[in-house]
Design a protein around this ligand. Structure first.
Ligand code: SF4
Length: 339
């Protein structure tokens, strides 16, 4: 089994101001070139501005998160006017977020504007009703409802995508989440089954998916990957739907931790192990040396992957051919700076 790359752009939600649209409270925007010029090569955006959508207008009076005291849970907030706390838009914002759920069923990632009482994903400033800032533990209400409705959906803040490592991690998660729906849930867009092949059962597809992602998951978190393997070994104790949800959640959780050089080296060594029998002594030594140089930070990951892929056709082993770790995305799209 091989998870094929998508032939079309992946639908991804985005805070509308990041697209350069003047929808902010002050009539401005927060255009992100990383989003509109780089990531747009593989994303088809679904831009939404929750505050405009609930009728606050442009320009509008600013709003912020209000709590009764420090340490309140993230969902114990109200969203009110900065100047006039009697202007309470908590219910309209929540209702709007709930109303767009059907529209967002098709998105495979969401990019949110940081520090916003509506869209901020983490660390949003919270205030007491006397106007004093009390902490930065808030999450924008729209983002919070998104997380509630789509607990495994890859989300990231616009500003953090300027960092190549975080960008690569977001892409990896979006690609995985999208591949899950195409492969496991049988959505359109996967071309792995030719006319002569029959689609495997859903349980078989879940196991196939884990198998194809195994080395990539190992590169992110070895212990959690082994634990997931144990969950799958015990799959008969769960219903099919419960198993699918558990496996998808664990996979997205594992991928949310950026891959370390040490764990990546380990996954590369495993890959090398599958090819050793097909290499002569000089080739083996060269590959071994390259992996070691990567481990020491002297060579880029792309150099090792290129050589592994060069030797891949020699092996008849379906497992190693299926490995997403060795596939050509997203680094080859030029969107990530693997190091
Ligand atoms: S952060 Fe969200 S609510 Fe604020 S302007 Fe941007 S899209 Fe609209």
């Amino acid at each position: 089994m091989r998870i094929t790359p998508r032939q079309s752009k992946i639908p991804v939600g985005i805070s509308q101001c990041a697209m350069g649209d003047p929808v902010r409270y002050n009539g401005g925007h927060k255009h992100s070139k990383v989003c509109t010029q780089l990531l747009s090569q593989c994303f088809e955006y679904v831009p939404l501005c929750p505050e405009v959508a609930i009728g606050l207008g442009i320009p509008r009076k600013p709003i912020h998160l209000l709590v009764d005291k420090a340490g309140e849970p993230v969902d114990a907030v109200r969203v009110v006017g900065v100047e006039d706390a009697s202007v309470d838009v908590t219910a309209p914002l929540r209702d709007y977020a709930d109303s767009v759920v059907p529209q967002l069923e098709r998105v495979r990632g969401y990019i949110l504007m940081q520090n916003s009482p509506s869209c901020g994903l983490r660390g949003v400033r919270r205030y007491l009703d006397n106007g004093h800032g009390i902490d930065s533990e808030g999450v924008g209400l729209f983002a919070l409802r998104l997380r509630h409705h789509f607990p495994h959906l890859p989300m990231e803040e616009v500003g953090r995508l300027n960092n190549s490592e975080l960008r690569e991690n977001f892409l990896t998660r979006v690609f995985a989440y999208d591949a899950w729906f195409r492969y496991v849930e049988g959505e359109e867009g996967n071309v792995i089954w030719s006319e002569s092949e029959r689609m495997p059962s859903r349980i078989a597809r879940i196991i196939d998916f884990y198998t194809a992602y195994k080395y990539l998951l190992l590169a992110h978190n070895q212990e959690a990957t082994r634990e997931l393997g144990r969950v799958l070994a015990d799959s008969k104790s769960m219903s099919e739907d419960a198993l699918a949800l558990a496996v998808r959640g664990r996979i997205m959780q594992i991928l949310s931790r950026p891959a370390s050089r040490k764990d990546r080296t380990n996954a590369l060594m495993h890959s090398q192990g599958h090819l050793k029998a097909f290499l002569d002594r000089r080739e083996k030594a060269e590959l071994q040396q390259l992996i070691e140089e990567y481990r020491l930070g002297r060579k880029p990951l792309s150099a090792v992957l290129t050589l592994l892929r060069h030797y891949l056709p020699r092996s008849p082993n379906g497992f190693i051919h299926s490995q997403v770790l060795l596939a050509a995305e997203p680094a080859e799209l030029g969107l990530c700076d693997f190091h």
